[in-house]
Design a protein around this ligand. Structure first.
Ligand SMILES: Nc1ncnc2c1ncn2[C@@H]1O[C@H](COP(=O)(O)OP(=O)(O)OP(=O)(O)O)[C@@H](O)[C@H]1O
Length: 914
């Protein structure tokens, strides 16, 4: 009989331990490894069955308690019923918690419970265990549970056999965002806004399997490891003080219990002294202060290191990122880098110590008060954390919404203030103000929702703790009342309880803070996981400048991988040649320059400079040979002098002044109140459009590069360029596509001027390129050519007479000699001098080396090419008239460009040479 009873208790204990352990291990494993779930449509049935099982175990517990001895600290029937209730409750909570199908942690546990309850039932029927009422009651309830467990397992088998793998209702398999490409609405403005790339990247990170998601954060780990002996010593100090604090937390309640128990007979001075000392150690002035002091230094260093790395990473990203970035969001994300460090610090110095405190308190209380107390501690922890994690998941979502609303308002603030002129031009001040208010309201609503939810969930969690505290006090009081326990044990219980719940509390707090910090960390992670679309290949070599021959070979490119901006473009620019790209607005001219500067790499084809594929050379060595004057010059909010010095930090004031003189800017600068020390405002707002472009031109000169890219560099510089370009005349004479384009443009202009007055005058339309003036002086041209390839000087002179552009230049020169022309000459000379000076001895030596094989330009190309500037000047010219027929072929295209011009994109772009 007794033997059977022992066997039953052992089986019951084993059943509880096995099912609980299996479930915990399986849940942990499943959460880190993707797995299939089945039977999602049976979820409601399973929910009801689990609920009934919990009910039956609850009833069995009540029967067991009513039949047990109040003095007993571990009645086997009560303990079994209590823990069985706990396990079924956990399974129920999981069923409630997930809308997906059942996976192996749950159906495995059902199977174990089915087997173990059947064995227990068999033993119970066989023996005479417990009182009759309890035995009958428990047999009925157990039979019911076996039936329920059988039904649960059958539901899984049925789902499996029916191959009901979840698709529709499983939230894990549903897209979090609607398909952004689905054509739902016809009206453009009504179409849902496509989530931006950052948001999609964040979603991608969030939707990774848990282990992968957590592993993603390992990118931050190197920043957590303190660099240098000093910081490592500080970290050691932190760990040590944290360890000592844990010991203090265990000893503290025991010493208090000893004082209380001892006071009934004597004054325990030693225990009081120890207690006071431990209290001091655990106070805010004790070990935690030391820890804070030590951590401050390490955390500051780590944050700075992370910021530096993020900054370097952002600066190393390529143009695709910088073209689509939201600067204000990047600033914020960088700023919140601190949170990432805090997040990791919390895990090591808050989360782990709290778990240790909790574990220590749980062990001591279980040893002192038996399995009932263990049950109370376990169920407190499980339910408290179930509520906490549920709240945390929602909090995280709400915090994301709140943070996004905050970012949104911040973004609108920066955008509207940066674009204040545009806002004012269009009279949109009230509109922007309203938008700011609306975004503020959205931010307020989002944070209010967050806080309401936070307060509710917090209230619920702490009410649960209060209920369990009552239960713990009852168990403690009953044991002290019915056994020979000391009163001090009750004090120990109460003290440990607070030590148990304080960690729970602070863990919940850390977890909720961690949720918020994880959102910030995710944002930084998105940033750090971005890799530059254009980067040096491992085997790339330094670029060797020889003469400056540029070849585009069947180049195709698309920014987004869908819309082709350049399609099969082929053209060549021989050393010293100037090439104008002509095409309609948005035709891809600037894009070709970006490809040449390697802001992007072609999707197909290749670009060669001096026979070297620019993808195979290091960007740094290549880019230093190219100067760019962009369509919209961007300057720093610094002084003119500082802006000018940017290309060459070593250049002298005299060189800067000379460059400014050449760009016809010097005189203007001398009229400024502070001359060269004048601050030019954000993005150069204090300069006129023309002044800004001249500054960009002067600045480009100081780079002393061999290849010059002009992207409508002089659109605002009338006085320099206010005359006909000799090379343009040459091109016009050739009666090719260039001629056709200009003629049709002028025709349109004239028609328009007749009817409606257009803002741009025909004169302005004719404004030639900045570089045109360089060829107006033969001497300058030769000097410039020499700079590109010294050998060509003589041949230049020899060919000069044949040069159609030069002939034009001459005739043109005699026809006009205005102020703009004089300045242009100055500019040409200065550029020539600057470039000559920049030529290093090695460059000269290289220049003497044979030219790379030229791409067989036509005769006209060849002659013109050698009469012109540094090595290659590439400029873009816009044909604003979309009405113009853009399928123009250059009469001087070489074979390859003629071939390429049959392709769709190239019908709008022409590389014309003069
Ligand atoms: N960073 C970018 N991302 C996506 N598309 C872009 C980007 N930059 C330009 N585009 C698109 O590529 C096309 C070609 O642009 P590009 O600036 O090269 O034209 P363009 O010929 O220089 O025009 P314009 O003469 O008006 O300056 C345009 O339709 C433009 O919208």
């Amino acid at each position: 009989m007794s033997h059977l009873s022992d066997k039953l208790n052992a089986i019951r204990g084993l059943a509880i331990i096995v099912s609980f352990s299996y479930h915990v291990v399986a849940v942990c494993y499943a959460s880190f490894k993707p797995h299939w779930s089945i039977g999602g449509r049976m979820r409601k049935v399973q929910l009801v069955l689990c609920g009934l099982a919990v009910l039956s175990t609850g009833v069995q517990t009540v029967i067991a308690i009513s039949n047990s001895n109040p003095a007993s600290t571990n009645d086997p029937d009560v303990v079994y019923s209590l823990f069985l209730t706990l396990i079924w409750s956990i399974l129920l909570l999981e069923a409630v918690d997930t809308s997906s199908g059942t996976s192996y942690p749950r159906y495995g546990a059902w199977g174990i419970l089915l087997v173990s309850e059947s064995v227990v039932l068999a033993l119970q029927v066989e023996g005479e265990h417990g009182s009759k009422s309890f035995r009958h009651g428990s047999i009925v309830l157990q039979s019911a549970r076996i039936l329920l467990a059988t039904l649960l397992c059958t539901s899984v088998v049925m789902a499996y056999c029916g191959n009901r793998k979840e698709t529709g209702t499983d939230e894990e398999t549903q897209a979090l965002l609607a398909d952004p490409d689905s054509p739902s609405k016809s009206n453009e403005t009504d179409k849902p806004k496509k989530p931006d790339q950052d948001e999609l990247d964040r979603l991608e990170i969030r939707n990774r399997p848990k282990w992968q998601y957590l592993a993603s954060f390992k990118i931050f780990v190197p920043f957590m490891y303190p660099k240098g002996y000093r910081n490592q010593a500080l970290l050691g100090g932190m760990l040590l003080s944290s360890l000592v604090e844990r010991i203090v937390m265990v000893v503290l309640p025991l010493s208090l219990g000893a004082i209380v128990s001892g006071l009934s007979s004597h004054i325990p001075w030693a225990a009081i002294g120890l207690y006071c000392f431990l209290r001091f150690c655990s106070s805010a002035a004790g070990l935690s202060l030391l820890e804070t002091y030590l951590s401050w230094q390490i955390v500051t260093d780590m944050t700075i290191a992370l910021n530096r790395c993020s900054y370097d990473h952002i600066m190393n990203l390529s143009a695709d990122f910088h073209d689509s970035k939201k600067s204000s969001i990047i600033w914020q994300t960088m700023h919140q880098g601190q949170d990432v460090i805090d997040f990791l610090k919390d895990i090591i110095f808050s989360f782990m110590p709290t778990i240790i405190d909790f574990g220590a308190a749980a062990v001591v209380l279980t040893i002192m008060f038996g399995p009932y107390m263990l049950f109370i501690i376990m169920s407190t922890t499980i339910f408290f954390y179930w509520l906490t994690f549920k709240a945390l998941a929602q909090n995280r979502e709400l915090s994301r919404v709140s943070l996004d609303a905050w970012h949104d308002q911040y973004y609108q603030l920066t955008e509207s203030t940066v674009n204040w002129y545009t806002v004012s031009h269009f009279g949109r001040l009230p509109y922007e103000k309203q938008r700011y208010r609306d975004k503020g309201d959205a931010k307020r609503a989002a944070s209010l929702t967050f806080w309401v939810h936070y307060c509710w969930s917090r209230g619920l969690r702490y009410s649960l703790l209060a209920v369990y505290f009552v239960a713990a006090c009852c168990v403690g009081a009953l044991q002290i009342a019915y056994s020979d326990r000391k009163v001090g044990d009750f004090v120990i219980l109460v003290t440990y309880w607070s030590q148990l719940t304080n960690p729970l509390d602070s863990l919940a707090y850390s977890l909720s803070r961690m949720g918020q910090k994880m959102v910030n960390a995710e944002k930084l992670l998105v940033l750090l996981e971005k890799s530059p679309r254009v980067q040096d290949v491992p085997e790339s070599k330094p670029f060797t400048f020889l003469a400056g021959a540029v070849d585009f070979e069947n180049v195709s490119f698309s920014y987004d991988g869908q819309r082709k901006v350049a399609d099969n473009i082929t053209f060549s620019a021989a050393p010293g040649q100037t090439v104008a790209l002509v095409g309609r607005t948005g035709g891809g001219k600037s894009t070709l320059l970006k490809l040449l500067f390697r802001f992007y790499d072609p999707d197909q084809g290749r670009i060669l400079v001096d026979g070297q594929d620019i993808r195979q050379v290091t960007m740094e060595s290549f880019r230093k040979h190219i100067a760019v004057i962009p369509q919209t010059p961007v300057v720093f909010n610094m002084t003119i002098m500082e802006n000018m010095r940017y290309p060459d930090l070593e250049c002298t004031d005299e060189e800067i002044i000379e460059a400014c003189k050449a760009a016809a800017l010097h005189e203007k600068i001398t009229t400024f109140t502070n001359g060269y020390q004048e601050q030019i405002g954000e993005r150069g707002t204090k300069l006129s459009g023309g002044e800004l472009q001249r500054l960009a031109i002067a600045r480009a000169m100081l780079k002393k590069a061999n290849i010059l890219l002009l992207d409508e560099a002089t659109s605002a510089v009338d006085s320099i360029t206010g005359e006909t370009d000799p090379r343009q005349s040459a091109l016009m004479k050739q009666n090719g596509s260039y001629n056709e384009l200009w003629s049709s443009q002028l025709q349109l202009q004239a028609t328009d001027d007749h009817g409606n007055s257009r803002s741009r005058s025909p004169r302005k339309k004719e404004t030639p390129f900045f570089y045109n003036d360089l060829s107006s002086n033969g001497e300058d041209s030769r000097t410039l050519v020499t700079n590109g390839n010294k050998d060509s000087k003589k041949s230049d002179e020899a060919r000069q007479t044949e040069d159609p552009s030069k002939a034009d230049g001459k005739s043109h020169k005699s026809g006009s000699d205005g102020r703009g022309r004089t300045r242009a000459r100055q500019l040409a000379r200065a550029l020539s001098r600057t470039l000559s000076r920049s030529k290093s001895p090695t460059d000269s030596a290289r220049a003497k080396s044979p030219k790379p094989p030229a791409k067989s330009p036509t005769k006209d190309n060849a002659t013109a090419a050698e009469s012109l500037s540094p090595s290659v000047q590439t400029a873009t010219r816009r044909s604003d008239s979309n009405e113009t027929d853009h399928s123009l072929l250059s009469t001087h295209s070489n074979n390859r460009s003629e071939r390429s011009n049959h392709s769709p994109a190239s019908t709008s772009n022409h590389a014309e040479t003069s």
